[in-house]
Design a protein around this ligand. Structure first.
Ligand SMILES: Nc1nc2c(ncn2[C@@H]2O[C@H](COP(=O)(O)OP(=O)(O)OP(=O)(O)O)[C@@H](O)[C@H]2O)c(=O)[nH]1
Length: 285
């Protein structure tokens, strides 16, 4: 079982803390504990309570130790000599979609450049990781929230929607139900997310050519209907993963720094031009 909680999660009232390690922005890799043991542990000790969700924001001068305090709280250790100023401009990106479409794998591919193969371990609750990217010579920190696709965690993720500035909505090109559910996800997004949130539709697992059941054109058509950009990605091969995050970062950065007379950033054109540069595949809207 892939067990995640973030520092936003109140975990003071359950007794899972010692047995479970967090895999957050400062963690190295996803922690896979013995599946059966952890499943039992979860069933017996994880009493999810919506009321326990809270948020803590740390403020203070640069260098006072905010990041170190968070690492200490999150991992129980102090990282010596690791000071690097947290960059000033940052955005929150949320990954959404049915369970097993590949949200965690896409995030790990983007963050660590690796593919999490092997047994599928469903995310519990919500996890986050940070990655700094450079957009037009400006460092932009993306805090990326990986949500659990399973229905039973839906109320947890709802609580986070309104803080997200961009949403990457995934389906699996080998799963018709995950594609069919995209409309329901978009309805939910319109209900809970900010009105001007950046949305991108991703058809993941494009490497699984033989198992494909959703044509690229179907993804393109749906994206067009909702007026959102679209790409097919593969967490396994890495195709279009970085481009998806960078396009979103660029769009958000342009919005944040836009002068009154400056034209709006055209995310569709950007994606197209980047794909042509890399000679890459994958559809877009
Ligand atoms: N071939 C292939 N397999 C993938 C790809 N992305 C994910 N997978 C596999 O699909 C399964 C599910 O991946 P996850 O990333 O854990 O799925 P998720 O969307 O995070 O699922 P939840 O945490 O339950 O919401 C795993 O077995 C992955 O190895 C991909 O691009 N290609």
């Amino acid at each position: 079982m892939k067990y995640h909680y973030t520092s936003d999660f109140n975990h003071g009232t359950t007794d899972h803390d010692e047995a479970v390690h967090s895999d957050s922005a400062y963690g190295s890799s996803t922690v896979d504990t013995d599946t059966e043991d952890c499943q039992t542990l979860l069933e017996t000790t994880f009493n999810y309570d919506e009321d326990l969700i809270n948020k803590t924001i740390m403020v203070g001068d640069s260098g006072v130790g905010k990041t170190s305090l968070l690492v200490q709280y999150d991992q129980g250790k102090f990282i010596h000599g690791s000071f690097s100023a947290t960059v000033g401009i940052g955005f929150t990106v949320m990954l959404l979609g049915d369970s097993a479409v590949g949200k965690t794998c896409v995030l790990v591919r983007f963050k660590d450049g690796a593919f999490l193969g092997g047994n599928f371990i469903a995310t519990v609750g919500i996890d986050f990781r940070n990655k700094v990217v450079t957009v037009d010579n400006v460092k932009v920190k993306l805090q990326i929230w990986d949500t659990a696709g399973q229905e039973r965690f839906r109320s947890v993720t709802h609580a986070y929607y309104r803080d997200a500035q961009a949403l990457l909505l995934l389906y699996d090109i080998t799963s018709k139900s995950s594609f069919d559910n995209i409309r329901a996800w978009l309805t939910e997004i319109h209900e809970y997310a900010q009105k001007d949130v950046v949305i991108m539709l991703l058809g993941n697992k494009s490497d699984m050519v033989a198992e494909r059941v959703i044509k690229r054109e179907e993804g393109e058509k749906l994206a067009k209907e909702y007026g959102v950009p679209f790409m097919e990605t593969s967490a396994k091969t890495g195709v279009n993963v970085e481009l998806a995050f960078l396009a979103v970062a660029k769009d958000l950065k342009h919005r944040a720094a836009k002068q009154p007379n400056e034209p709006k950033f055209q995310i569709h054109d950007y994606i197209e031009s980047q794909k042509q540069k890399s000679g890459c595949c994958g559809g877009y809207m």
